[in-house]
Write a protein that binds this ligand. Structure first.
Ligand code: UD1
Length: 365
């Protein structure tokens, strides 16, 4: 069976790694690993392939950055050529990026079965490009791997036949377990001069936050006002916006904020695990914080990971400085909170999602 796996952005590499490793155990699978080139900087892509010991992609389409239509359209043109040349039996697309959508549409139009990993997540906010991508991808797919029961329920509400939906668990959780011991060996805390539970971690990259200078400024200033040591690994898009709005210099001068380049997977896991709390607008980091028993403050109006908010491990605060400050104030009794979070049952599976996914793919032949 020729299984084509299409990735392009940082989180897709992470969620694909355990699936690739599982596929490699089966001689009957010929894995065709394709990278669209959506992310191209070393620290946005190659570092993850190296750390997760993944094979070189069969093809890197080198599409790069652009507007949504330009980027998705160019990926589609290149992916169509690639799929025609390599004749996959199934095309697998993880996550909710423009690369996910491009892979799904091209495969569906070539009448190839599409398997969506992380199907059924919904924020019910069509202002987020990821929500558009995940809905259209789900509706182009014939095999839908839902990471949680709630995601499967969302798909049921949209009329998907039960047979097409499999609750697999979350392959990002598999990745976290597989890399936990390597992550704990890295010295990011020492490198940044941090002490466990005495700092917070901040990430921001969503266009709805960073492309609006008013919102970006409000969030960053609210976090600076906490006077809590905060590590801020900056996504390239965010760095650009901060520089345009002369916020970059203010952050660099602030004694509490430690600005860094984007970090690798192991460093990020270690940083998150030892944080007092995480402030983020990332989808993946909300889940990683949950699995590492670190309280999360989500800097968005809505989240697709309501599993974490319903379990009170994550609070959605948007860009309101008042809500950010209140949420931060609730997270001061760090060890007590972490002990509570450790007792919560994980709704994202048992760390064997990738086995289930590959086994269903083989059955679908
Ligand atoms: C994409 C995904 C988002 C995911 C995120 C993870 C979409 C719509 N969004 O957002 O869901 O959470 O990846 O990081 O697919 N850039 C670089 N170097 C790179 C890549 C990007 O400098 O290697 C800069 C470029 O200026 C680019 C901007 O970042 O214009 C945005 O990159 P893009 O791939 O369009 O989307 P992300 O914001 O990374």
């Amino acid at each position: 069976m020729r299984l084509m796996l299409v990735v392009g952005a940082r989180p897709q590499i992470i969620k694909s790694a355990p699936i690739i490793r599982e596929a490699q155990k089966h001689d009957e699978i010929e894995l065709q690993f394709v990278h669209t080139g959506q992310h191209y900087d070393f620290e946005m892509s190659k570092i993850f392939l190296d750390e997760m010991m993944l094979p070189e992609p069969l093809a890197n389409l080198g599409v790069g950055s652009g507007t949504h239509a330009w980027q998705t359209g160019n990926m589609m043109v290149e992916l169509e050529k690639t799929m025609i040349a390599h004749k996959p039996d199934v095309v697998m697309v993880p996550g909710d990026t423009n690369s996910t959508l491009a892979g799904a549409i091209v495969a569906a139009k070539l009448h190839l079965p599409v398997a969506h990993v992380e199907a059924g997540a919904r924020s019910y906010d069509m202002g987020m490009p990821e929500e558009v991508n995940r809905r259209l991808t789900d509706h182009s797919s014939s095999l839908l791997f839902a990471p949680t029961k709630n995601c499967a329920k969302n798909l049921g509400l949209e009329g998907f036949p039960k047979k097409a939906v499999k609750v697999s668990g979350d392959s990002m959780y598999d990745a976290l377990l597989q890399h936990a011991s390597a992550a704990s060996r890295n010295d990011i805390l020492g490198k940044l001069g941090l002490r466990s539970e005495e700092y917070a971690t901040l990430t921001l990259h969503r266009p709805e936050n960073v492309d609006d200078s008013r919102i970006l400024g409000r969030m960053v200033k609210a976090i600076m006002s906490l006077k809590l040591t905060t590590v801020f690994p900056v996504h390239p898009r965010t760095r650009q916006r901060l520089a345009e709005n002369s916020l970059l210099a203010r952050i660099q001068e602030n004694a509490h904020i430690k600005l860094t380049d984007p970090l690798g997977y192991h460093e990020m896991l270690q940083l998150t695990k030892h944080s007092r709390m995480v402030f983020t607008d990332s989808g993946g980091l909300q889940k990683e914080a949950f699995w590492l028993h670190t309280p999360c403050v989500t800097l968005r109006e809505r989240t697709e990971w309501i599993e974490t908010t319903e379990l009170h491990a994550n609070v959605v605060v948007g860009s309101s400085p008042e809500k950010i400050r209140r949420a931060a104030a609730r997270n001061t009794e760090t060890s007590e909170i972490k002990t509570k979070l450790r007792k919560i049952k994980n709704p994202f599976g048992d760390g064997h999602a990738s086995q289930r996914i590959i086994s269903e793919i083989l059955k679908s032949r």
